[in-house]
Design a protein around this ligand. Sequence first.
Ligand code: GLV
Length: 303
Amino acid sequence: MSTTAGAIALVCRFDAQEWAEWLPALTAALPGETLVRAEDDHDPAAVEIAIVANPPAGALRRYPRLRLVQSLWAGVDKLLADPTIPTDLPIVRMVDPAMNAAMAETALWAVLTLHRGFHVYARQQRDSRWQPHAQRSADAVHVGVLGQGQMGGEVSRQLRTLGYRVTGWRRGEPLGPVLADSEILVNLLPLTPDTRGLLDTARLRQLPRGAALVNLARGAQVVDADLLAALDDGHLSHAVLDVFHQEPLPADHRYWSHPAVTVLPHVAAQTDARSAARVVAQNLAAWRRGEALAHQVDRRAGY
Ligand code: GLV
């Protein structure tokens, strides 16, 4: 296939089902653009924009005239860790209201589950055990939300609507008081050098005894051995984990069978093809007009 100058390469780790969703959505949202899948035959020198979804390191090296990278993922930690991507190449992360809404759904489900003990009732059902537990009202439950950006902000707002006592934490603020107060801690921070390994023994043990952790951000922000130790000795009552150091989570990992862990396969907020394709189209149109890019990654901040 030959391509004209200014082509857009789709460098996406998609399976057939995902391509069946994404290709029509992007094609419809970007009329008049030349879209090529990285795995299809094309002239790399004609590619000016890459739309990427979790690409393997080094995947963009073949495009000598690349001028813009648009991520379909909200988290860009892997792109920033790829030493083959020039540091002056603009990268735009996905900010999509549909994704924020999906993240809020997952966070609300997790907080409601942990607060009302629905995970405990699921365990009891397996043992045919009829055992009601005391019910607390949401306005007595303290929830900490790490990260107050697009997703953390939306999650905090929706939790407050349900009546929870929410404390949001932003980079640069003291973390200790938030941890000490959080019966349920929801992590929505971007993975950066500052947040890697953030949730270690020292910080997990600042949570009140019996607290629960909900990690919907990145696995590398949690020190697994420290979390498991805190769950094993009962300092923490439960963890809902959507993200892991290694994904898929290896079959022999203790999280799978731990009674105090709920494992999700990185599905807290999947990118919605139709809505995200419109976001991409708006971003690319703005870029072609020479306007400033919304949600361009700040390499110094790390997201
Ligand atoms: C998913 O984790 C994303 O970053 O979009």
